[in-house]
Design a protein around this ligand. Structure first.
Ligand SMILES: [Zn+2]
Length: 127
Protein backbone atom coordinates (compact mmCIF):
# COMPACT_ATOMS: atom_id res chain seq x y z
CA UNK A 1 0.00 0.00 0.00
CA UNK A 2 2.89 2.34 0.79
CA UNK A 3 4.38 1.44 -2.59
CA UNK A 4 1.13 2.36 -4.36
CA UNK A 5 1.00 5.62 -2.44
CA UNK A 6 4.57 6.44 -3.46
CA UNK A 7 3.64 5.66 -7.08
CA UNK A 8 0.89 8.28 -6.89
CA UNK A 9 3.47 10.71 -5.48
CA UNK A 10 5.74 9.84 -8.46
CA UNK A 11 8.52 8.48 -6.23
CA UNK A 12 11.03 5.68 -6.65
CA UNK A 13 9.41 2.25 -6.12
CA UNK A 14 12.39 1.03 -4.10
CA UNK A 15 13.25 3.77 -1.59
CA UNK A 16 9.99 5.74 -2.01
CA UNK A 17 11.96 8.99 -1.67
CA UNK A 18 13.76 9.72 -4.93
CA UNK A 19 11.87 11.61 -7.63
CA UNK A 20 11.03 9.67 -10.79
CA UNK A 21 11.25 12.78 -12.96
CA UNK A 22 14.01 15.34 -13.32
CA UNK A 23 11.66 18.33 -13.38
CA UNK A 24 9.09 18.37 -10.60
CA UNK A 25 6.99 21.07 -12.27
CA UNK A 26 4.28 19.19 -14.10
CA UNK A 27 3.43 22.25 -16.19
CA UNK A 28 6.79 22.16 -18.02
CA UNK A 29 5.49 20.02 -20.85
CA UNK A 30 8.82 20.05 -22.69
CA UNK A 31 10.47 18.05 -19.92
CA UNK A 32 7.43 16.02 -18.91
CA UNK A 33 8.96 12.65 -19.84
CA UNK A 34 12.53 13.30 -18.70
CA UNK A 35 13.61 10.84 -16.03
CA UNK A 36 17.01 10.29 -14.45
CA UNK A 37 18.73 7.02 -15.39
CA UNK A 38 18.88 6.01 -11.74
CA UNK A 39 17.29 7.05 -8.47
CA UNK A 40 19.28 9.86 -6.88
CA UNK A 41 18.65 8.41 -3.40
CA UNK A 42 19.10 4.62 -3.71
CA UNK A 43 20.48 4.08 -7.22
CA UNK A 44 17.50 2.06 -8.48
CA UNK A 45 17.62 1.80 -12.28
CA UNK A 46 14.73 3.70 -13.93
CA UNK A 47 15.75 2.89 -17.53
CA UNK A 48 14.98 -0.82 -17.50
CA UNK A 49 15.34 -1.28 -21.28
CA UNK A 50 14.78 0.60 -24.52
CA UNK A 51 11.07 1.33 -24.96
CA UNK A 52 10.24 0.15 -21.45
CA UNK A 53 7.71 2.91 -20.86
CA UNK A 54 5.61 2.09 -23.94
CA UNK A 55 3.74 -0.24 -21.60
CA UNK A 56 2.71 2.79 -19.55
CA UNK A 57 0.46 3.81 -22.43
CA UNK A 58 -1.74 0.80 -21.67
CA UNK A 59 -1.94 1.80 -18.02
CA UNK A 60 -2.91 5.32 -19.04
CA UNK A 61 -5.50 4.11 -21.54
CA UNK A 62 -7.09 1.65 -19.13
CA UNK A 63 -7.17 4.19 -16.29
CA UNK A 64 -8.68 6.99 -18.36
CA UNK A 65 -11.15 4.71 -20.16
CA UNK A 66 -12.46 3.32 -16.87
CA UNK A 67 -12.57 6.79 -15.36
CA UNK A 68 -14.45 8.38 -18.25
CA UNK A 69 -16.80 5.50 -18.99
CA UNK A 70 -17.31 4.98 -15.27
CA UNK A 71 -18.39 8.57 -14.72
CA UNK A 72 -20.51 8.63 -17.87
CA UNK A 73 -21.98 5.21 -17.08
CA UNK A 74 -22.92 6.21 -13.54
CA UNK A 75 -24.47 9.42 -14.81
CA UNK A 76 -26.56 7.53 -17.36
CA UNK A 77 -27.45 4.87 -14.80
CA UNK A 78 -28.82 7.37 -12.28
CA UNK A 79 -30.25 10.08 -14.52
CA UNK A 80 -30.72 8.38 -17.87
CA UNK A 81 -28.76 10.89 -19.92
CA UNK A 82 -25.50 12.84 -20.26
CA UNK A 83 -25.62 16.36 -21.59
CA UNK A 84 -23.09 17.81 -23.99
CA UNK A 85 -21.81 20.28 -21.40
CA UNK A 86 -21.16 17.40 -18.97
CA UNK A 87 -19.17 15.56 -21.64
CA UNK A 88 -17.17 18.71 -22.32
CA UNK A 89 -16.47 19.11 -18.58
CA UNK A 90 -15.30 15.49 -18.29
CA UNK A 91 -13.07 15.82 -21.35
CA UNK A 92 -11.76 19.13 -20.01
CA UNK A 93 -10.85 17.54 -16.69
CA UNK A 94 -9.06 14.68 -18.46
CA UNK A 95 -7.12 17.16 -20.60
CA UNK A 96 -6.37 19.40 -17.60
CA UNK A 97 -4.86 16.54 -15.61
CA UNK A 98 -3.23 14.85 -18.62
CA UNK A 99 0.37 15.67 -17.55
CA UNK A 100 -0.25 13.99 -14.21
CA UNK A 101 -1.95 10.95 -15.83
CA UNK A 102 1.06 10.64 -18.13
CA UNK A 103 3.53 10.60 -15.26
CA UNK A 104 1.31 8.47 -13.06
CA UNK A 105 1.07 5.81 -15.78
CA UNK A 106 4.87 5.64 -15.96
CA UNK A 107 5.14 5.49 -12.20
CA UNK A 108 2.57 2.68 -11.94
CA UNK A 109 4.22 0.78 -14.80
CA UNK A 110 7.61 0.97 -13.09
CA UNK A 111 6.05 -0.03 -9.77
CA UNK A 112 4.38 -3.08 -11.37
CA UNK A 113 7.66 -4.09 -13.00
CA UNK A 114 9.54 -3.55 -9.77
CA UNK A 115 7.00 -5.61 -7.81
CA UNK A 116 7.08 -8.56 -10.25
CA UNK A 117 10.85 -8.73 -10.70
CA UNK A 118 12.39 -9.78 -7.42
CA UNK A 119 15.94 -9.20 -8.70
CA UNK A 120 15.24 -5.50 -8.40
CA UNK A 121 14.82 -5.81 -4.64
CA UNK A 122 18.51 -5.16 -4.28
CA UNK A 123 19.39 -1.85 -5.90
CA UNK A 124 22.39 -1.79 -8.22
CA UNK A 125 25.61 -0.18 -7.03
CA UNK A 126 25.81 3.56 -7.40
CA UNK A 127 28.22 4.65 -10.12
ZN1 LIG B 1 15.18 5.14 -4.86
Amino acid sequence: MVRLFSAFLLRCPHCKQGNLFTDNNILHLGSLAEMPDKCTVCGQDFQIEEGFYYGAMFISYIFLAFLMFGIIGLKILFTGYVSTIELIIILGLVMLFWPYWFRLARSLWLMLYYKTHSTLDVPPDKD
